[in-house]
Write a protein that binds this ligand. Structure first.
Ligand code: BG6
Length: 484
């Protein structure tokens, strides 16, 4: 199968950091169809050879094991081309059409890794120039808008040129091996299903912590914040994966229908829950891995009086028969104590205690997303060390380390998702109604904050966020995973 991948934003940050390395890995693994071209699009005046040299230089920043050898890069570079385009004028799209029609590839993939305010123009121009035939697929990177109205406007304009089955909305968290394993755990095994409900589960915690700050993206982050950057998309997609009903089959729409139902069942916000169950924070200076790091407000591109949140912790519920009353806690932030993404399923305590040490002990399933990827099942056992008191239990852990088990066979998130676009598999992509529902749920929080004089609470870089986040969960009688 031949393909042309047209990468708008071909000289942008995402292309360098994620897309090119992912395409190279697919090339190295032999999963990228051999008859393909990768056409970078950008405003710079570059010839193909200069573009290849830029990419070659960028690969030096990629971790060693994923860096191409000279011989590998020479073969990979043969796929790379560059087209200089001014995205607002029709003329350059006609030139792109010429480049594409010269080859007549079986599939044309158009990846929009540009600022989202360009999506509407680009899609209109592509349609105007006939670059939207049935063999074309369009890939949209987040953020798709900054609120419900702008998200709708983008989706509507894309749909004027492309049908829903041609549109691939990326949420790279769905491409992470651990998230696919979560689907496998829930729907490929019968063990947990009977327990996966309010009768057995006390609470669920979703944490996506980063130790990095906003890096060079201060100006972007200022108008985005953690709620839009991480909660509206990645965290809610994880919540859907953990809370959804078993789909009737593995087809994209069967999965997406079930995720949509979860989003529609999220408990609506009230003034009380907005005040008590959503905590926003902003990092102050602090220490990460022994090194002093500066406050968010001192980052380049950030206002010294910024009110943008770099941390969010919230409590919600899924109002349906399976989950009624079970708290779901979501927490994400920059400059936290570590890079740690995990979902913790805390089971209820035993209904009656016969062992002396049993109070407060409960089973738990930890789904580690990163940096390590795997499952931990926490059980209570009779430890050998307790010779004098046979009634004392100790917590033990069953570890399933997927990195060790599957090692180098594991496919990275962007690699997986790019191959899925090439193979026309929509399962791991987000439908427009899911996105809209997520925005609908997130918007009352944004509205509330816009009138809340308190602003984000400061937290020391290298900590787990403001103490109000622990106080919020403690009100339910629980604590965060790392506090146990
Ligand atoms: C992106 C956000 O979507 O996800 C970034 O825009 C964030 O701010 C990144 O750092 C986290 O992704 P990962 O895969 O490194 O956890």
């Amino acid at each position: 199968m031949s393909f042309d991948l047209v990468l708008f934003g071909g000289t942008g940050d995402l292309a360098w950091r994620k897309l090119m390395p992912a395409l190279f890995q697919a090339f190295r693994h032999g999963t990228l169809p051999p008859d393909g071209r990768i056409i970078g699009v950008g405003r710079d005046d570059l010839c193909a050879e200069q573009y290849r040299s830029l990419i070659r230089a960028r690969f030096d920043k990629v971790e060693l094991a994923k860096r191409p050898t000279e011989e590998e890069f020479t073969r990979f570079a043969a796929l790379l081309e560059f087209v200089r385009m001014d995205l607002s004028g029709t003329q350059d799209y006609l030139r792109l059409r010429e480049t594409l029609s010269g080859r007549q590839a079986d599939t044309v993939l158009i990846y929009l890794a540009t600022a989202p305010n360009l999506f509407t123009t680009v899609c209109e121009q592509l349609a105007l120039c006939g670059l939207n035939s049935a063999s074309t697929r369009i890939v949209l990177e987040k953020p798709l808008g900054h609120d419900l109205a702008s998200n709708r406007a983008i989706n509507e304009s894309v749909r004027r040129g492309f049908s829903e089955k041609q549109i691939f909305r990326i949420d790279h968290y769905l491409g992470k091996p651990a998230v696919q394993n979560l689907f496998a755990l829930r729907f490929g095994n019968s063990l947990f299903e009977p327990l996966w409900r309010r009768e057995h589960i006390a609470n669920i915690q979703i944490t996506i912590a980063e130790d990095l700050g906003v890096e060079k993206r201060g100006a972007f982050y200022e108008t985005t914040g953690a709620l839009r950057d991480m909660v509206q998309n990645h965290a809610l997609q994880l919540l859907c994966a953990i809370g959804m009903e078993p789909p009737i089959n593995a087809h994209a729409d069967a999965i997406r229908d079930e995720k949509l139902k979860v989003l529609r069942s999220l408990k609506p916000w009230t003034p009380e829950t907005l005040a008590q169950n959503v905590i926003r924070g902003q990092y102050a200076g602090g220490t990460i891995a022994g090194a002093a790091v500066e406050a968010y407000r001192a980052e380049t591109g950030v206002s010294p009086n910024s009110q943008t949140e770099t941390f969010v912790a919230l409590r919600t519920e899924i109002s349906n028969w399976r989950w009624a009353g079970v708290p779901f806690y979501i927490r994400t932030g920059k400059r936290l104590a570590g890079r740690d993404a995990r979902i913790v399923v805390n089971f209820r305590q035993t209904p009656h205690a016969i062992f002396s040490s049993q109070t407060g002990m409960a089973n738990r399933l930890v789904i580690n997303l990163q940096p390590k990827d795997g499952l931990e099942l926490h059980l209570m056992a009779q430890g050998q060390s307790n010779r004098r008191n046979s009634q004392t239990l100790a917590p033990v852990q069953l570890d399933l380390d997927f990195d060790k088990r599957f090692g180098s066979e594991r496919v990275g998130a962007y690699e997986r998702l790019l191959l899925d676009v090439i193979d026309d598999r929509l399962n791991l992509f987000v439908r427009s109604d899911e996105q809209e529902e997520a925005w609908r749920w997130v918007e009352p929080i944004l509205d509330y904050w816009s009138h809340d004089p308190q602003g984000p609470r400061p937290y020391a870089a290298g900590s787990w966020g403001p103490s109000a986040s622990s106080a919020m969960i403690a009100r339910d009688g629980f604590c965060w995973f790392e506090e146990t």
